[in-house]
Design a protein around this ligand. Structure first.
Ligand code: SF4
Length: 404
């Protein structure tokens, strides 16, 4: 069985979704490992983004009428690169057309060097109640190699300032396994991050991305990522340290204090409906997935012409729903829970995966939980292997099973 304390618990699952994402595509300096949609922050670019944001919010408003979003996430890019005035305009734009629940979780991603009293006041007054701080490392030479423009002390200073401004839900983002990363440095980073007593930590394994300076250097053989064994060890060390500090694992790359899971990200993993505004933003709404144009100019141009900002739209199928349910649900520490699924999705899922799941349990790849399955804690870091093993055994759906 999964371990006591591994989340997310039933209250957190019930509170997730519908969710709203806003992509803020600006950064002061691009980091060499990063493939997110972003460009240099300038007054003209921010003005264009704000105007197009309003056009996109207006497009979605009829579909979202009567919906009170349970979470809003300002991601990027660097949302904290917006001035207080520009942030307030973005907030007003979004909330003028789309409704937030009174107890909505509102997260903003911040880079430590940007966090200032005036901005914290603007965020708090608007309704931001959770900050996700991009620290990545606490080792000076690693920060330099990662192209970060903050020093190793800035995350601590930013978190102290945020707490002084009343923010109680603070997350720290870390990365491991990039070229040149060392286990002794990783231990130091984990200790430094935990010394800040965050309510939540995300730790992502580095993935070399095409069209990034670091990823292309890896592809050309000029840089080498750490070995898979070393990366797995780094994840295990993080897991041990976070658990010892009272942060329970609830997803492959995420740990939190009890009840401090990120409600917004849970909406993705539980496949709740989510809307998304901004360049490169992805939505899942009423059975349709869509992906916006990636570049700010392309996305804004489409909206300015009255055209669809999405460059991809795809209706879900019974098979795709079941496959995603498996892939996302098994990343959660508490596992895939049949009670989380709407009746028709549950029926499709059981038709497609009952036999592979039973075989997975028989072969000790999976454990039964009260209403579902989870990956044993020791194998969670290689969850993708188990998911792939199950997926190749999935049963094609036919006839009435596909009618849903
Ligand atoms: S990692 Fe963050 S700050 Fe760096 S380029 Fe990417 S979005 Fe910008």
């Amino acid at each position: 069985m999964n371990h006591v304390g591994d989340g997310p618990g039933s209250a957190a699952r019930a509170a997730a979704g519908p969710a709203l994402y806003v992509h803020v595509p600006f950064c002061a300096v691009p980091c060499p490992y990063c493939h997110f949609s972003k460009e240099h922050v300038s007054g003209a670019a921010v003005e264009r983004w704000l105007a197009a944001l309003e056009l996109e919010a207006i497009r979605w408003a009829p579909a979202a009428r009567g919906i009170a979003f349970r979470s809003l996430f300002f991601g990027g890019g660097t949302p904290s690169a917006l001035s207080p005035r520009h942030f307030q305009r973005a907030w007003d734009t979004v909330t003028r057309h789309l409704e937030l629940a009174p107890d909505a979780e509102v997260t903003l991603e911040a880079n430590p060097e940007t966090v200032k009293p005036g901005l914290l006041d603007a965020w708090a007054q608007a309704g931001v109640n959770r900050l996700s701080m991009g620290a990545q490392s606490f080792v000076p030479e690693e920060l330099a190699a990662l192209g970060r423009i903050h020093d190793h002390e800035k995350p601590g200073q930013a978190i102290a300032l945020a707490r002084a401004h009343g923010f109680e839900r603070l997350s720290v983002d870390l990365m491991f396994g990039y070229p040149g990363h060392r286990i002794d440095h990783w231990r130091h980073t984990l200790d430094a991050a935990l010394a800040l007593r965050p309510e939540h930590v995300s730790a992502y394994g580095y993935i070399p991305e095409h069209d990034t300076p670091m990823g292309d250097a890896v592809a050309r053989g000029e840089r080498r990522t750490v070995s898979p064994e070393c990366e797995a060890e780094m994840h295990a060390i993080a897991d041990q340290r976070f658990i010892a500090a009272g942060l329970a694992p609830y997803e492959t790359s995420n740990w939190s204090r009890p009840g401090a899971e990120c409600r917004h990200n849970l909406a993705y993993w539980l496949r709740r409906d989510y809307l998304a505004l901004g360049p490169s933003a992805h939505a899942l709404w009423r059975g349709e997935r869509s992906a916006n144009a990636r570049a700010l100019a392309d996305w804004a141009d489409r909206l300015e012409r009255g055209a669809d900002p999405a460059v991809e739209r795809e209706r879900e199928t019974p098979e795709s729903r079941a496959d995603e349910t498996l892939m996302l649900g098994l990343r959660l520490a508490s596992g895939l829970d049949l009670d989380d699924l709407p009746a028709e999705v549950r029926a499709e899922f059981e038709a497609r995966y009952a036999e592979p799941l039973a075989a997975g349990v028989a072969g000790a790849r999976l454990e039964r939980t009260r209403h579902g399955w989870c990956i044993p804690a020791a194998q969670r870091y290689v969850a993708d292997d188990t998911i792939a093993w199950l997926a190749v055994r999935a049963r094609p759906l036919a006839g009435a099973e596909r009618a849903a």
